[in-house]
Design a protein around this ligand. Structure first.
Ligand code: DX5
Ligand code: ZN
Length: 229
């Protein structure tokens, strides 16, 4: 993974056909996805359950580029090696998932993955200040984690701008997750985000049999974001 602040679109397979993850991953990459965003939910940290490391390992061979694993689980530490072993390039843990996020981030890098720090909408940006030297990505949640298709929370735009200023020259990605559409993408891109996760806005209207809407949706989000730069 070479660092660049160019806009990257990361479709979330939370909105894909769960019986067809391999084909869906191949389809979104063929249609222009930069990263593949993989949402892991435990029914405890968030009120929804998806899948675990075995599914991540199974889809890994179907992803040519970056596999970006977003862990919405608590506890986290005991599962890091399993997700790294499944081939995750980026592993993001939530700041709110336990008392020792500093140790968790060390463990993610220690396992050979890039370390991501995800923060919920209610978490102040100051909370990441003493963690910035140990992260490769900060994921600003623009919905409450747990479900796709929720409404973008506009108060987070200011948080992104403040995070961008805190990061300065450091090679840290700013990822936005939740409610990203061609309407909201320019707002966060202008504030400094470079990785845009989108689930429903990418997969709407398409399928494995008819993937061209994925391409049109990805292109529309990218064009709207780049026009704001
Ligand atoms: C929410 C997940 C997101 C979700 C985004 O908890 O982390 O990645 O899939 O879905 P949309 O783009 O539909 O808001
Ligand atoms: Zn996510």
């Amino acid at each position: 993974m070479t660092f660049t602040r160019k806009i990257k679109i990361a479709p979330s397979i939370l909105s894909a056909d769960f019986a067809n993850f391999g084909a869906e991953c191949r389809a979104i990459e063929a249609e222009g996805a930069d990263w593949v965003h993989v949402d892991v939910m435990d029914g405890h940290f968030v009120p929804n359950i998806t899948f675990g490391p075995a599914t991540c390992a199974a889809i890994r061979p179907h992803i040519k580029g970056v596999m970006d694993v977003h862990l919405m689980i608590a506890p986290v530490d005991s599962y890091i090696d399993a997700f790294a072993g499944a081939g995750a390039d980026v592993i993001s843990a939530h700041l709110e998932a336990g008392p020792h996020i500093h140790r968790t981030l060390q463990a993610i890098r220690g396992a050979g993955a890039k370390a991501g720090l995800a923060i919920n909408p209610g978490t102040p940006i100051e909370a990441v200040e003493y963690l910035l030297d140990m992260v490769d990505l900060v994921c600003v949640m623009t919905v409450n984690p747990g479900f796709g298709g929720q409404k973008f929370i506009h108060s987070q735009i200011d948080k992104v701008a403040r995070l961008r200023a805190m990061i300065g020259d450091r090679p840290i990605h700013i990822e936005i997750d939740g409610g990203v559409t061609p309407e909201t993408a320019p707002l966060v891109a202008a504030a400094g985000a470079d990785v845009l996760v989108a689930g429903s806005a990418v997969f709407k209207g398409g399928s494995v049999e008819n993937p061209s809407p994925y391409g049109a949706n990805i292109a529309a989000i990218r064009a709207a974001a780049e026009a704001a730069l």
